[in-house]
Design a binder for this molecule. Structure first.
Ligand code: UDP
Length: 411
């Protein structure tokens, strides 16, 4: 296990974006928790939404006086191949789950669990990868409630994988999901629903001055914001359907000939499939100079892309929540997204973007064109998106929900 290095965060700095009453509520919840020690565990320090969330939540909790650690599992690719199969299985597409895969999962979890030496009052396990820690934690910290924070889209899980994961989830003290529909099939004792959130003060989401914007735009050359730009920011993962986005772009281009597409993606440390998919997407787009397949962009560049694009697309086939949707809406960019998982929580059809069926690339293209042809609508949708995120999907709200749950599980 290793502890990622974290930025400093002060709760006070959120007052401007979120209002004082929300901060006061956080302070009183922190008081109610007293001197508890909390541990979060996940399987990657970089790439993907969970790392993004923890990078903000953990330092803010510490600033509130809640002693909070974050440990990341150490593992090699054979473990991550198993856990990616578990992730895919829980989202509905499983290869056979063999005894050898289960043994790899258990052995790596056991080795990591043996490295947790400190005493904690609550352990929060993120996603299925570290659930196997339970076998040992039940003995080493028998009195600490274990909370499972599931970020996966569980609407249509594969039965074999669901059964395997349920062997663990039925033993946790509490489970948190991003949508109520995800809690229907899995075996868990008690559940809460907490919507994830973005951190408005990070390099990825903060407002940028003109000079920084211009410098970042230069980095993106030959992409030009003088012509229309549609962007999808996602890990290279089959569930994100970059090929569907390419198809929608090609259709939209028939109506908007100078349209450009950006597919920006990264490779999460716990995702061995990423590189291969990136190469396939890049090969598919290689003949079109208006398609830009970009990897591992700095956060400020992602910020500018989400801010300056005319439309952001999120054409996922499954989506636990999809922080990228709120990230774009917060920057006043309308989003055309599939009506799967957490996307409909964020995209209000006809108010801040449009929802389409996940297999409807023609519909996605039509919606993109509608928005590209109507600047007033883009501006109005952008303003609506900003307020929708301010009300529901900023960090202080999520943190208050989590602290409420921690108070409850300790009582
Ligand atoms: N992200 C990024 N660069 C990339 C791709 C993704 O910084 O090239 C970030 C993105 O901005 C977001 C997170 O990774 O903060 C992805 O979270 P989301 O919930 O959308 O999807 P997940 O990857 O967790 O399935």
């Amino acid at each position: 296990m290793h502890a990622p290095s974290l930025p400093d965060r002060s709760i006070e700095t959120y007052a401007d974006v979120t209002g004082r009453d929300r901060l006061e509520r956080l302070r009183s919840l922190a008081d109610a928790l007293g001197d508890v020690r909390i541990l979060h565990v996940n399987s990657t320090a970089t790439g993907g939404g969970v790392a993004e969330l923890l990078r903000s939540i953990v330092p803010v909790c510490n600033d509130l006086g809640i002693d909070t650690d974050w440990l990341v599992m150490d593992a090699s690719d054979d473990f991550f191949e198993v856990t990616k199969a578990i992730h895919n299985g829980l989202q509905g597409e499983g290869i056979e789950l063999t005894e050898e895969m289960k043994a790899t999962y258990r052995a790596v979890n056991d080795r990591n669990a043996a490295e947790i030496e400190d005493e904690y009052d609550i352990v929060v396990i993120h996603d299925p990868q570290p659930l196997g820690l339970l076998d040992r934690l039940e003995k080493t910290v028998p009195n600490a409630p274990i909370v499972w924070r599931c970020h996966v889209d569980l609407t249509e899980p594969d039965d074999e994988y669901l059964a395997f994961v349920s062997e663990y989830t039925r033993r946790v003290d509490h489970a948190i999901f991003s949508r109520s529909a995800y809690a229907d099939e899995i075996d868990v004792p008690t559940t809460s629903i907490v919507y994830p959130s973005i951190d408005p003060l990070t390099e990825k989401n903060r407002s940028l001055d003109e000079e920084t914007m211009a410098a970042e735009c230069d980095h993106l050359d030959p992409l030009s914001f003088e012509a229309p730009v549609v962007t999808q920011v996602s890990r290279f993962d089959p569930w994100k359907d970059q090929f569907g986005t390419l198809d929608a772009y090609r259709r939209a281009r028939e109506e908007v000939p100078n349209l450009q597409l950006v597919l920006a993606g990264g490779m999460a440390g716990d995702d061995p499939e990423g590189l291969e998919l990136y190469e396939r997407v890049a090969a598919e787009a290689v003949d079109d100079p208006n398609v830009h397949v970009l990897t591992d962009l700095p956060d400020a560049t992602v910020n500018v892309l989400q801010r300056r694009s005319d439309v952001v697309v999120q054409k996922s086939l499954r989506e636990g929540f999809g922080l990228v949707v709120s990230e774009a809406l917060w920057k006043r960019t309308p989003v055309v997204g599939s009506s799967v998982g957490g996307i409909p929580l964020q995209v209000e059809d006809g108010r801040n973007g449009y929802l389409v069926e996940p297999d409807d690339t023609a519909g996605a293209a039509d919606r993109v064109v509608d928005l590209l042809e109507d600047e007033d609508r883009r501006t109005a949708f952008g303003a609506n998106g900003r307020e929708h995120v301010r009300e529901r999907f900023l960090l202080p709200r999520q943190l208050a929900d989590l602290l409420d749950i921690f108070v409850e599980v300790l009582n």
